[in-house]
Design a binder for this molecule. Structure first.
Ligand code: SF4
Length: 462
């Protein structure tokens, strides 16, 4: 049976490897050796996959502009799962990314019926204070969707490039779904594309750190980014025995490009179905001026050049598209992390308070939850000593792995000692409880400091 993933109702994903095969998510493992100073979630393989992350990594390594973006729906308590996304954003910000965090109040209002007042209060008190306390820098952008006119304007434009059938296929909308709910899906897409608008210096790679259940959103937005383009560039191979590009040659550069074309039959096609004809002519003239053999047709331009110069040609096309009022969007990338299980086992969910640890809850309450957590321990002490525990199915081990222990070696030691039966669940839980209480106390102090720093983030008086 095909794996179902749906952003609002996914009940958890058992087999991540299926995502590689069925949905084309790529393994992050291949990029890890090239990632400078990878964050713990990368090192520990919690971030397991990506879609289109190569250009983001290239931007990190070569110090080129890129952005990181994610949104939080202001409903319920901020919990450890949200912390994970925030830390991924903050890591990318430290690696040079221009960071964006949207508070999805339009989504909360339309989907959950949360009042605007509560959206605002929860947005600040739960999410923004923790984001700042975890280390989000003031040069990033924090905004509420409802107050962000560029996002709302862009959502309207995106609405022209999709339809109800497409959105319904992705989100399971029915005839009963409210229009506002439908609109909130477009607003989320606009959130993701906003870092590329002119106000933020135009197109660039953008990464969205998400759980795998959000992949349908990502595919939708990548599709919309392409549909919003005036031009589409493709490497093609001529099937004709008679090459169809002009053979007139003017200089040596021209000759060498043309020879590659003659040898490989490869050419780059720039298509712009509804683009202004003047933009197409400008593209043809600019590329020809660089010494390429170019032929202009009514709706496209063919360039005698192979894949090795594709990026250079595409960036010229993108620049001209922007000059003529287009967006030139780069398809946004995503990293995919696996989910932590709930403290009680099963899925972590805000609607089951015992399954989550909120960053705002009293440390003593969190200690009680940790002590009641589902472990991978055996039925008896003797069995545990003899057979060892099962850290791969233990909520306490996940707390260490995801959140409580920064040192990889220490986590490995716990894993091995659990497996070989030298570590016992009681002592292990007690250790986790102390670390959790310490983390919460410190984080909550930092949250209070963050409250006094809201003006640094343009959120004074909120
Ligand atoms: Fe989990 Fe620790 Fe028990 Fe192992 S010893 S199963 S890691 S609680």
């Amino acid at each position: 049976m095909a794996t179902q993933i749906d952003p609002w109702t996914s009940a958890g994903i058992e087999d991540y490897s299926k995502l590689f095969e069925e949905f084309g998510i790529q393994s992050f493992e291949d990029l890890l050796p090239y990632t400078p100073d990878p964050c713990p979630y990368m090192r520990r393989r919690i971030i397991f996959g990506h879609r289109g992350y190569g250009p983001v990594l290239d931007a990190i390594v070569n110090k080129k502009p890129f952005s990181v973006m994610s949104g939080f729906m202001p409903s319920g308590k901020i919990h450890l799962g949200n912390k994970m996304v925030m830390e991924e954003i903050i890591w990318h910000q430290r690696m040079g990314g221009d960071a964006f965090v949207g508070i999805a109040d339009m989504e909360a209002h339309s989907v959950r019926g949360t009042s605007w007042q509560d959206c605002h209060r929860v947005g600040i008190d739960e999410y923004i204070l923790s984001l700042i306390a975890l280390g989000f820098e003031p040069d990033g952008h924090i905004y509420f969707q409802s107050e962000c006119s560029p996002v709302r304007d862009l959502a309207f434009e995106l609405g022209m490039k999709t339809n109800i059938s497409e959105l319904s296929a992705i989100y399971g909308f029915s005839g009963e779904t409210s229009i506002a709910h439908l609109e909130s899906a477009l607003v989320q897409s606009a959130d993701i594309l906003q870092p590329q608008i002119a106000e933020y210096h135009g197109p660039k790679p953008v990464v969205i750190p998400v759980g795998a259940d959000q992949d349908p959103h990502i595919r939708l937005v990548r599709g919309l980014a392409s549909k919003m383009r005036m031009f589409k560039c493709e490497v093609r191979t001529s099937t004709s025995t008679e090459q169809h590009l002009s053979t007139h040659r003017t200089d040596d550069t021209h000759t060498s490009h043309y020879e590659v074309y003659e040898r490989t039959g490869q050419y780059i096609s720039v298509r712009g179905k509804s683009a202004p004809p003047a933009a197409l002519s400008a593209i043809a003239a600019t590329i020809a001026g660089m010494g390429y053999d170019v032929k202009q047709y009514e709706e496209h331009v063919d360039v005698a050049a192979d894949a090795s110069v594709f990026d250079a040609i595409e960036s010229i096309v993108r620049a001209i598209e922007i000059e003529f009022g287009g967006y030139g969007f780069v398809p946004p990338a995503a990293t995919y992390h696996r989910f932590m299980s709930g403290i009680t086992g099963g899925k972590m969910s805000s609607s089951v308070p015992d399954s989550i640890i909120a960053l705002t809850e009293k440390p003593e309450e969190a200690v009680t939850k940790v002590k009641k957590a589902k472990t991978g321990g055996r039925m008896t002490l003797e069995e545990q000593k003899k057979l060892g525990g099962d850290p791969d199915h233990c909520a306490v081990y996940e707390l260490f792995l995801f959140h409580l222990i920064p040192d990889d070696l220490e986590v490995t030691e716990i894993y091995n000692e659990c497996k070989n039966g030298t570590l016992i669940c009681g002592a292990c839980k007690a250790n986790a409880a102390v670390l959790m209480a310490d983390f919460l106390r410190e984080h909550q102090e930092l949250r209070e400091i963050a409250r006094d720093r809201l003006d640094e983030y343009g959120l004074a008086g909120k």
